[in-house]
Design a protein around this ligand. Structure first.
Ligand SMILES: Cc1cc2nc3c(=O)[nH]c(=O)nc-3n(C[C@H](O)[C@H](O)[C@H](O)COP(=O)(O)OP(=O)(O)OC[C@H]3O[C@@H](n4cnc5c(N)ncnc54)[C@H](O)[C@@H]3O)c2cc1C
Length: 414
């Protein structure tokens, strides 16, 4: 088949990777340049540990408290928007223990499949993306977070994900080069990390070599359909005949879905990152600083800090106050690291494509016989990229799916 993929982030690129391997002729259309997507400057953590969705009991109350502070890690920009209200209602509806119970095996199995595929890719040496299996530290300083993390560690261990509660000395033993000021941490040894910038660059290069038609700088604006089939994808510069379409357009996927008469509940969750280079010493294990909801990932000799979730539509402006919130938090955990507030121009920002229930949208829809969606991965799109691509390729090749697609049904809220 001739397959057209819309979106050159990690979901689109891994869809291209597995579709090309399955023998299809693949074209990928990206309206910007590959360095612009959310898949580029993120924290690069591969997190099978993250089995509890964002929609969980207590999250709305926590979010309300954070909303009051300009440097806090969470914000919803008030807007008169039906889509935002619907998303908020669905988020609230899913913030229950029952939903968390149902979501745990779904997210775990998707994550573990993805990690296995990353391991295979790293072993194949086709693409070099800085794969390291050093685990993840969830650092905490307060009694409340210690309690909450111990409970999450119990849940993870019950689900078969190794989680170890460490004292401050235990954390320090994993970080011999940098001092850490914490009450303790939960250590997830099965997590990993990558260099996301390198992953995107290498995947694009690899796909080009394999004959995938990579179309850069064209914006998909329309589709031509007949009955249940999409026949052409129209961009601002041309038209492409196609046998099948994959929509992997991140936070912009609802706009494309709308062009096809579909309603997709999804909000962009803006986050920021910046790099600190030339450090006298670096951390070894990626970490989440829980009270600050900020992350630290060693990438080569540099360290990337990331954080914040601002539900602000597709507004890409940098709010330096929130970046200040991240930068000021770091020395509370790593007092010796020389961290400076970066200039706004050097701050990277990306829009996480957030579904309201924290489960991605992967799979076909009833209305069209040749359309597959691959979006809604929220905070875990990089982790889940390879598994998403594989499921997309299986769906379009008529192969048995590696995982049951029912929980990922893009029409589950329709
Ligand atoms: C601060 C931050 C830290 C993060 N850290 C992690 C992490 O540690 N681990 C993890 O797993 N995830 C992380 N994430 C989340 C992860 O980055 C996203 O989930 C993931 O990148 C989403 O990938 P995507 O391919 O679905 O979307 P995107 O990367 O946004 O790609 C979609 C692409 O579609 C293109 N597009 C849109 N509309 C059109 C159109 N009409 N025509 C043509 N092209 C179009 C866009 O230009 C864009 O390039 C983080 C995110 C942020 C913001």
């Amino acid at each position: 088949m001739n397959v057209t993929i819309i979106g050159g982030g990690v979901s689109g690129l891994f869809s291209a990777y597995y579709l090309q391997q399955a023998g299809h002729t693949v074209r990928l259309i990206e309206r910007n340049h590959f360095a612009d997507s959310c898949s580029h400057g993120n924290a690069g953590m591969i997190v099978p540990s993250h089995i509890i969705p964002l929609a969980q009991p207590g999250m709305i109350a926590k979010g309300m408290r954070w909303m009051l502070k300009s440097t806090s890690p969470f914000y919803v920009k008030p807007r008169l928007s039906w889509e935002l209200m619907r998303w908020g209602y669905l988020f609230w509806q899913h913030s229950t223990d029952e939903h968390v119970e149902r979501a745990i095996p779904v997210l775990r199995d998707l994550s573990l499949l993805s990690k296995k595929l990353y391991q295979d890719l790293a072993a194949s040496a086709e693409v070099d993306f800085g794969w390291h299996e050093r685990g993840l530290l969830m650092l905490y300083q307060t009694h409340d977070n210690e309690h909450e993390m111990a409970e999450e560690a119990r849940i993870a261990n019950r689900a078969g994900i190794d989680a170890q509660v460490l004292s401050c000395a235990g954390v320090q033993a994993l970080e011999p080069d940098v001092s850490v000021t914490v009450r303790g941490a939960v250590y997830y040894p099965g997590d990993a990390h990558i260099n996301p910038n390198k992953l995107i660059q290498e995947l694009v290069g690899y796909l080009r070599k394999k004959g995938v038609d990579i179309v850069e700088g064209e914006d998909v604006v329309r589709f031509e359909t007949q009955g249940k089939a999409i026949q052409q994808v129209i961009t601002n510069k041309g038209a492409y005949k196609t046998d099948a379409v994959v929509v992997a357009a991140g936070a912009w996927s609802p706009e494309l879905a709308k062009l096809l008469g579909l309603s997709l509940s999804l909000q962009g969750g803006k986050g920021y990152s910046f790099m600190q280079s030339d450090l006298p010493a670096n951390i070894r294990v990626p970490a989440i600083m829980l009270e600050a909801r900020a992350t630290a990932t060693p990438i080569g000799n540099s360290l990337r800090f990331a954080g914040t979730l601002e539900v602000a539509g597709t507004d890409m402006r940098v709010n330096i106050n929130r970046v200040r919130g991240i930068s000021e938090a770091i020395n509370r955990y790593y007092p010796e690291l020389p961290v400076k507030l970066p200039a706004a121009e050097s701050v990277w920002r990306g829009l996480r494509p957030c579904s309201p229930d924290g489960i991605p949208y992967i799979g076909p829809v009833h209305r069209f016989e040749n359309l597959v969606l691959a979006t809604g991965h929220g905070m875990m799109g990089v982790s889940l990229g390879p598994a998403t691509g594989k499921l997309v390729a299986e769906a379009l090749s008529g192969q048995t799916a590696s995982l049951d697609l029912a929980p990922f049904n893009p029409e589950r809220f329709s």
